[in-house]
Design a protein around this ligand. Structure first.
Ligand SMILES: Cc1cc2nc3c(=O)[nH]c(=O)nc-3n(C[C@H](O)[C@H](O)[C@H](O)COP(=O)(O)OP(=O)(O)OC[C@H]3O[C@@H](n4cnc5c(N)ncnc54)[C@H](O)[C@@H]3O)c2cc1C
Length: 357
């Protein structure tokens, strides 16, 4: 049973709240207390209460990068504020601020509708604006760190609101200061720098082909519009990734491992077709986790309702009533088999709640 226990103007407390519909794996979980915050201005008052000040707090966005392998041990906080505003516009470069509770894809569409370029490659990523900087979301050759101006957060250590510029966010591949300190920051809003002139990134495999399939000649003197790039990204994503509304999943379950270039070279000798990519660091290579998982025979594998998507080896799926524990157990065995065959340790991309990896 779910009980509403208190309603204040800026927040609502719900006891014993079900989280099944609040995570895209669709696995069962409960929050002993769910705090629904309508206005981030309420956070200093809320974090003065002992339960929130001293205990663990899980900030929950759309639940699309989480696996509940147990119930969260403390309160769960959900931010609802929805405003979007242009803070600065010199006709070329704009600064746009969006509240943490805004749905990410809706925000991308808003920017495109306002003639702004920069987020088109990140279209259709599920979740909220507030979660975007947490793991520095990335897709189709763009990471959100390239567009983040500042992140507004409530700092639980300082006990007050703070603003972090992009450097202070210490972004890395699927990582940031926020992901490394999950109990410290509640992201309340994000400011982005976006251009009025298109700054298109079409190098990522398949993107240019998709635009051509849409009848857009990318070699002509008239480049595609950012909205057309977003449309191409959406078309590829809909083909490749299962829709969580139809099949529970959290997107890529594993990060692509980054290894020393010398190790990558040895691996390439043993497995000449293993895809690997350069990173910004000369001495490193990023390996395709999907290829290694597929090579170990896991793609399309199913055990009861826990499985690996038939269309994408990186995506773990819930066919119906799998639990988080069953999905975690499957994920661990996939990682062990990849390690045994390739000597490479996979790391999960989603945050695992109620268990350790
Ligand atoms: C089908 C599918 C495709 C996906 N594709 C991609 C992709 O292409 N690229 C990519 O990078 N990711 C992808 N993801 C993962 C996911 O969509 C992103 O990581 C997204 O940013 C998570 O947003 P969320 O609001 O659902 O966060 P949640 O899952 O609710 O939370 C994720 C983490 O962020 C923390 N968090 C959330 N909001 C806040 C906040 N306001 N303040 C502090 N901490 C917070 C949570 O505590 C948790 O640790 C995909 C997921 C799915 C299901």
């Amino acid at each position: 049973m779910t009980n509403a226990t208190a309603c204040m103007p800026n927040y609502r407390l719900v006891e014993n709240a079900r989280l099944d519909a609040r995570n895209t794996f669709g696995v069962p979980a409960r929050a002993s207390v769910l705090v629904e915050v309508a206005d981030a201005a309420a956070l200093p008052e809320l974090f003065a209460y002992a339960m929130l000040r001293d205990g663990p707090v899980l900030v929950l966005g759309g639940g699309s990068n989480l696996l509940f392998a147990g119930d969260p041990s403390g309160a769960v906080l959900s931010l609802g504020a929805q405003s979007i505003a242009i803070l600065d516009d010199d006709g070329d470069r704009t600064v746009v601020r969006a509240d943490a509770g805004v749905e990410w894809h809706a925000f991308v569409l808003w920017t495109l509708g306002h003639g702004l370029s920069g987020l088109e490659n990140l279209a259709l990523i599920p979740g909220t604006v507030g979660a975007a900087p947490i793991q520095n979301i990335g897709a189709y050759g763009v990471e959100v760190r390239e567009r983040v101006h500042r992140v507004e957060a409530f700092d639980r250590v300082a006990g007050q609101p703070v603003r972090l510029d992009a450097e202070a966010c210490d972004f890395a591949y699927r990582d940031s200061v926020f992901k490394r300190n999950p109990e410290r920051y509640v992201v309340t809003a994000v400011e982005f720098v976006l251009g009025r002139a298109p700054d298109l990134r079409l190098e990522y495999a398949g993107l240019a082909d998709e635009l051509r399939n849409m009848g857009i000649d990318i070699t002509s003197s008239k480049p595609p519009r950012p909205s057309q790039v977003a449309e191409a990204v959406c078309r590829i994503r809909r083909r490749k990734l299962p829709d969580p509304a139809m099949l529970g999943n959290a997107g890529s379950f594993f990060k692509n491992p980054i290894v020393d270039a010398a190790i990558a070279q040895d691996l390439q000798r043993a497995h000449p077709v293993l895809p690997m990519f350069r990173t910004a660091i000369e001495s490193e290579r990023k390996l395709s986790a999907a290829w290694m998982i597929d090579a170990c025979g896991w793609k399309g594998h199913r055990e009861g309702d826990a499985g690996v998507a038939a269309s994408h080896a990186l995506v773990l799926v819930n066919h119906g009533s799998a639990t988080g524990v069953q999905l975690l157990d499957l994920a661990r065995r996939i990682a062990v088999s990849v390690h045994e065959r390739f000597g490479v340790m996979l790391e999960p991309e989603p945050r695992i709640i109620g268990a350790t990896w």
